[in-house]
Design a protein around this ligand. Structure first.
Ligand SMILES: NC(=O)c1ccc[n+]([C@@H]2O[C@H](COP(=O)([O-])OP(=O)(O)OC[C@H]3O[C@@H](n4cnc5c(N)ncnc54)[C@H](OP(=O)(O)O)[C@@H]3O)[C@@H](O)[C@H]2O)c1
Length: 282
């Protein structure tokens, strides 16, 4: 399993399984158990996915030693705040049936920089208490990062953001590199847009895929990995779960990476973090 070391020395598998919209109950349980059997060692969940209990049961029933699996969860965007960050991790740990998570992330920033700074202090406590081996943020743009870096004692180790061929986030990645903050991509397949033969991404991706005898999905994942970005594609389809995992065996050339970088159109398929009404506002 390809891994990368975070700023605090923790090793994190570069490819994981996303679980957004994977239903609590048999769907999440079976999918996570299957993925672990197939070789995944990194599972990405969140309080707002409402599937932590099934994810946790699958991890336990897999029989794989806890320390071999990297588990991420995220603080509910409606529950930002210093004490909330601390209390909510305990709620997640109980649901997951775990003593600690490997990564705990603020799911979305508030428009209030003060609230983000206070929440981050709570995240630092979770890290210091060893209930999270690493801490980070998600959906933070440069101005959100700048504001928490001003008061942070510990810098975020990751930022999970929408990143795919339509929104390659190379400038944000460069900015984050200055602070040793790693990028995790979400939504790599653009809600299916990368597979649309009439869309602006398919042809370029197919050329790279054909050259390496791989699928378009694998080309997207391999492209992210080659750029040093953590990739967490979601699938509940057994064949695709394996297909996605094998993308880590693909080595793209610099030219392939650049060709996919050039498909960028600044296109978001998820909510803009500056325009998000479902987060706690202040
Ligand atoms: N931090 C955040 O705010 C945030 C936001 C969104 C997502 N995320 C995380 O990122 C993960 C990934 O993002 P995502 O779930 O939005 O979408 P995604 O991984 O880009 O795409 C998932 C979709 O692609 C399909 N798919 C998966 N593998 C495929 C393959 N090899 N060939 C063709 N189709 C394939 C899946 O179908 P089937 O499942 O039917 O196979 C599903 O419809 C999430 O699950 C979640 O963990 C985080």
């Amino acid at each position: 399993m390809l891994t990368k070391t975070l700023a605090n020395g923790v090793k994190m598998p570069m490819l994981g399984l996303g679980t957004f919209l994977v239903g609590e109950g048999p769907e999440a349980y079976d999918t996570v158990l299957q993925a672990l059997k197939d070789g995944y060692r990194h599972i990405d969940t969140a309080q707002m996915y409402f599937n932590e209990e099934s994810v946790g049961r699958a991890i336990k029933d897999s029989g794989i030693p806890r320390e071999e699996i990297f588990v991420t969860t995220k603080l509910n965007a409606r529950k930002l705040g210093y004490q909330e960050a601390i209390d909510e991790l305990n709620v997640s740990l109980k649901k997951l049936g775990l003593d600690y998570v490997d990564l705990y992330i603020i799911h979305w920033p508030s428009p209030s920089f003060e609230l983000n700074q206070a929440t981050w202090k709570g995240m630092e406590v979770c890290y210091q208490n060893k209930k999270a081996r690493a801490i980070g943020v998600s959906n933070f743009k440069i101005h959100h990062l700048d504001s928490i870096l001003k008061t942070a004692k510990i810098y975020p180790m990751v930022n999970q953001v929408e990143m795919h061929p339509g929104l390659n986030q190379t400038s944000l990645q460069k900015y984050m590199a200055k602070y040793d903050i790693q990028m995790i991509s979400y939504g790599p397949f653009m809600k299916g847009e990368v597979f649309n033969p009439d869309g602006p991404y398919f042809e370029g991706l197919k050329q790279v895929a054909d050259k390496h005898h791989i699928t378009v999905a694998q080309a997207v994942i391999a492209w992210g990995l080659a750029r040093g970005v953590f990739m967490i594609p979601k699938s509940v389809t057994p064949k695709r779960i394996i297909e996605n995992l094998h993308a880590q065996d693909v080595e793209l050339t610099k030219e392939d990476v650049e060709a996919i970088n050039l498909l960028n159109r600044g296109r978001r398929v998820y909510t803009d973090p500056d325009n998000n009404s479902f987060v706690k506002q202040a």
